[in-house]
Design a protein around this ligand. Structure first.
Ligand code: PMP
Length: 374
């Protein structure tokens, strides 16, 4: 059988990883400013993470949701504590798309309504509802097409108000910082406006925190910067530091009732052990504060560099927009300087490193970029 050649890949085989570095099969060391697309939250092969997962694997790796799994309860408590949303309810699944799928469904179960407001350039995943609220017609199959989704321009309060007048809105789904769309930070005032309108119209505020959440922005959820509470937070990526796990955190108003949601693998022993280890490290090592500190440092330094058109982001979620003619810079960072970064458009470099990134790593990246811009 031949592998489905679905991703545009680099001709590199990673054989070893530690912290913010990875090594290929020839022993070449790389700096990882991409974090496997915002997945590596606490750093690669963190000893506490490896120990907890290995120990769990030796005890029980999986038994179905037909039995009590105390690790799930521990994870819910820990997540409530670290995120500051102690009265929320946790539902565990396996990916970001699945989390969004469940959030949109849950909102609609609750208020009985159908319309979803999403935003231009949004990315929410590739399953049927998640892709329907994603602003990329190329990845929407005919079977996923629906009249239930309205796409609004980013940050347009008037359009938002009008949509609430025009439709029976079930939910609004928004990334606090758009990731795939090019690192666009939602303003506090726009998020507050959504909050108010959702309250007035009994709609759910769904905060897609799959990429911008889990401490990456310098707060647990990037939506926290606006001082609001969402009705449902969705998360995945950094939650498992590479072990597949996703979740939704549900406010008291939208609590799920028995039988509405479910999945075979969600909340399995290994995934819970991974997610607990991640939260323990985030807390013990102060990684949310570190993300803010190193993120601020990087952004300040980047803003002082020549030729950069714009620097956008918060914490360790940063977009560097270069003039079109410098679109080759990202390729050179990898080929010459052995630094992995992400791409939004060819001229927008995305930084999504581990939250444990050090200032030395940041400086290594900055001096390589400086050299390329010179
Ligand atoms: N939401 C956002 C904001 C994302 O960035 C992504 C993945 N890039 C998803 C949802 C989908 O997550 P997954 O690939 O785990 O389904």
């Amino acid at each position: 059988m031949k592998l489905f050649d679905v991703y545009p890949i680099n001709d590199i085989v990673i054989e070893k990883a530690l912290g913010s570095n990875v090594w290929d099969d020839k022993g070449t060391q790389y700096l990882d400013m991409y974090g496997g697309h915002a997945v590596i939250s606490i750093g690669h092969t963190h000893p506490h993470y490896v120990k907890r997962l290995t120990e769990q694997l030796g005890k029980v790796g999986f038994y179905s949701n037909s039995v009590k799994i105390p690790l799930q309860v521990q994870l819910a408590e820990k997540l409530g504590q670290v995120s500051g949303k102690t009265d929320y309810q946790l539902f565990l699944c396996n990916s970001g798309a699945e989390a969004n799928e469940n959030a949109l469904k849950l909102a609609s179960f609750h208020n009985g309504k159908k319309k979803v407001i999403a935003f231009k350039k949004a990315f929410h995943g590739r399953t049927s509802l998640a892709v329907a609220v994603t602003d990329n017609p190329k990845i929407v199959a005919p079977v996923n097409e629906t009249d239930n989704v309205v796409f609004l321009p980013w940050e347009d309060e008037a359009a938002l108000e009008q949509a609430f007048q025009q439709y029976e809105v079930s939910s609004v789904i928004i990334e606090g910082i758009q990731g795939v769309g090019g690192i666009n930070v939602a303003s506090d005032s726009f998020l507050r406006k959504i909050r108010t309108l959702c309250d007035t119209h009994n709609a759910a505020f769904i905060a897609d925190s799959v990429q911008c959440g889990y401490g990456r922005s310098g707060k647990f959820y990037s939506h926290d910067w606006a001082g609001i509470n969402a009705d449902i937070y969705t998360m995945a990526k950094g939650m498992g530091n590479g072990f597949p796990i996703g979740a939704i955190s549900i406010s008291p108003k939208f609590q799920a009732s028995y039988g509405l949601l479910g999945t075979t693998f969600g909340g399995n022993h290994l995934a819970c052990a991974a997610a607990l280890a991640v939260l323990e490290v985030i807390e013990q090592d102060g990684l949310i504060a570190n993300a803010e500190k190193i993120g601020n440092y990087l952004m300040e330094q980047l803003k002082s560099l020549p030729k950069i058109k714009e620097v956008r982001g918060r914490g360790l979620m940063i977009g560097i927009e270069l003039p079109e003619e410098l679109s080759h810079v990202r390729k050179n960072l990898l080929a010459k300087h052995k630094i992995f970064t992400g791409e939004a458009k060819p001229n927008v470099i995305r930084l999504l490193p581990s939250l444990a990134l050090t200032q030395e790593h940041a400086d290594q990246f900055l001096s390589a970029l400086k050299e390329e811009l010179a």
